[in-house]
Structure formats: C-alpha cells, structure tokens
Design a protein around this ligand. Sequence first.
Ligand SMILES: [Zn+2]
Length: 486
Amino acid sequence: MTNSIDIIHWIDANQQRFIDISDKIWEYAEIRFEEVKSAKLQIEVLEEEGFEVTRGVADMPTAFVASYGKEGPIIAVLGEYDALSGLSQKAGVFEKTPVEEGASGHGCGHNLLGAGSLAAAIAVKNYLESHKIPGIIQYYGCPGEEGGSGKTYMVREGLFDAVDIALCWHPFSTNFIFNLSSLSNIQVYFRFKGISAHAAAAPHMGRSALDAVELMNIGANYLREHIITQARLHYAVTNTGGNAPNVVQADAEVLYLIRAPTILQTKEIYERVKKIAKGAALMTETEVEIIFDKAASNLIPNDIVGEVLFEKFKEVGAPQYTEEEIEYGKKLRQTFNKGEVPELNTFGAFKEELGEDMIEKIKTKIIFDDILPNTLPEFTLPGSTDVGDVSWVVPTSQIGTSCVILGTPGHSWQEVTQCTTSISHKGMIAAAKVMALTALEFVENIELVNEAKAELNMRLGSTKYESPIASEVKPNVPKWVFEAMK
Ligand SMILES: [Zn+2]
C-alpha cells in the first residue's frame, strides 16, 4: 500500500515552490497556444527533476510530455496553463482594475491547474524513485484549453495511446469528484467574400458579405427550434467588414461554436449550419469559405477512477480557512453576489443525493470547506472541455477543488483577482495531494487499472473513437510562437 503520509508531507514541505510557479504563470497570463513562458518554466522544473521531456508535440510548440520511469503502469497527470484574453486584473483587490488595459488574465484558474498537476507528478516521481517502485508518471503540458482544444490534437497524434490512467482537476468553488459528462463542441469560422461598392452611388454593384453574415445568423436562430434542447449554438461576428456604412462590405466573418451532448449530435448540427451558410452565400451572391477551427468530444466518466479520487480526497481532507480569508471573501462577494448562489443551479437539484446539510453549506458559506459526497448521478455539464477526448482513449476522471469563494462567476475579474490568494493556493495543494495519492494507488494496483479499462470499454461499447478534428486541420498557432519556443 502507498505510504500516503510520505506524499502528503512532501507536498506540504515543497508547496511554496509550486505556489511560486502558479503565481508566475498567473503573471505571464498567456493565451491559447502562446504559453511560451509558462511552458518553458514548467519544462525547466521537470528536467531538473529528472523527467524526460518531449517538446512541441502535435504541432503545438507549447505542448509537451514529461515522463519519468521505465516500466510499469503509465499514469498521466494533465496540466493546463492558458489565460483568457481581455481579463487582465490586479491580484487580491475588490474592484475591476486591469494590470494592463485589454491584456489577458487567468479567469479560469489555469495557473493553478498547471502548477497543481505539476506538483502531483513530481511528488509521485519522488516517491517512485525513493521507494524503487516500477511505474511511469507523466505530466502532459496541454496548451490552449480555452478555445484551442490542445488535448484533442494531442489525442489525435496518439500521445495517449500507451497511457493506462489519466487524472485531471479544475479549480472550482466546491470540492467534488468531477466524474460527469460535458458537451462536445465544434468551432468553425464562416468567412464571406463579396464585392465592395459605393453604398449610395452604386449599391447595385455591391455584394455584401456582412448581409451574408446577418442572414446566416437569422437562419441559425431559426434552426434552434429544430435541434435537440441540450444543444447550444453561439456565434461571434469576428469581422464586420469595416466601420464605414457608405461602403458595401466585401469581407465579413462569423465564428460559430456548436455544442451537443455527443460529438455525433454536434457533427449533425454542424452539417446543418453549413447548409445555412451556403444558403446565405447564395442569397447574397457572395462566396463562403468554411474554416474548421477546433473541436472537443464529450467527457466519458469513469466510476473506478472517480471512486479512488474520492477515497483519497477524504484522506487528504478539505482545506480549512482563516478568519482573515473568510473576511476577504465576504468583502469580495459584495462585488457580485446579489443574494444568488449560482452553484445551486448545478447542485441544488440533488438535495437527496448530496444531503440537505451540504446544500445548506453551499447556500450559506463564503468559502466551501467540505467535500461533496460522491453520490451525484451522472449528468452533462453545460460546458465543454478537451479532457473529453482524453477520456475516450484512457480511463479518466477529475476533481474540482475549492479555489475561489462561492458564487464567483467564472471567466470574471473576480476570479482572476483571487487566483493568487492563499484560498486558491490551498485548493491547488489539496488537488495535488489527491491526484498524487490516486496515481500511486493505480501504480501499485494493476487490478484496479484493468477494472477502469474494462469500465471504459463497457461505456464505449461498439463506438470507436474518431477524432472530431480532421487530419488536415492544424492547431491555430501564431507563427512567432514556433520561433519563441526554439
Ligand atoms: Zn478552465
């Protein structure tokens, strides 16, 4: 059996190192596929620790796989480290104050996600080394989770083919086993090309690409009524064609994000959205170019992995908070809480499964300091993650740990401002311990690995994994990043 005390002590004794890494990544705040400094920092630490690092995998310079150990079960810990554009925000303050106007910020806590997973991988490596236990621990440096689907490209490349178990976590405002499903998605640009002309003097000479975008969106909005209710359709006009109303817009572009519970459903809706785009082009006598950006599959939960995570989480225990931290939370909460606790939208329906007292804690606490029982029925979260693709090829499960105060809106300045506080650090360290203990459990218990694999096979049945991204589509990485990572 694993000596849990060794692992927990090691992480406690070394926590400042990983807190510093997390805070640095928070400061770098690099967006999808541009995580140059964040990737370099982690690679440096992993190489110092004796991991073998393969850099720039799957056509993404900031993606890497770090591996330690020669034989035994292969356990992968997934790390993310990308920020969100436009969310620049000073740390630990109570109002929206960007560090730099328009710059990016860690509004999803991925600075914690990467550093926490890194701590888990290194703790496991030290344990395997000092106890001379066979087993392979890998840290997957996964870029571009936000709008990039980095992991989907890594899965397509076959980088997870030999992995036995994959573990991940995400900062949340509660502690729970994130053994749920998520929506699959496809993101696509529709670029229309028309003919410019003087909008008053020669309107008949012009063919408006902006008209095509508008008509396409109208078509898509009518489509909504005739797709399954769990599906989601969002769009952003990424090029309006300019600011001059007296010019017929010759170029315009709209970015669509299509989601549904399974990737097959998403693909079906995508085919229908393409017809609408072609129809809009036909109506406006413009041309449309369809540029596939990225996609992610739905998550396949794994109860065997989820149960081990839960047992280890109970062993580690939920972080506890000081009066000072709670006071900080109360003050920050005034900036967003209007008597509503959005977490109740997710968990409130499961009073019976979670117990009245847990629901009461979510309702009344400032910072969640307990662990939700692992009794949630399987449901689909109304969001997407590229962990989904990993979960189709490797038994995978995740945890959420309390890193921000209850009620914190995701992707907000309030989330960015908290992600370097002791509240966040505590959640990150707890996640590192739980994942490290879980990884070791699987290293030492091959029977359990086989059970998790059997569960995955059972869940997939005869459905084979097919990458939702066609082989000719490459990750949308800016050219300068290839140079910068050399
Ligand atoms: Zn996230």
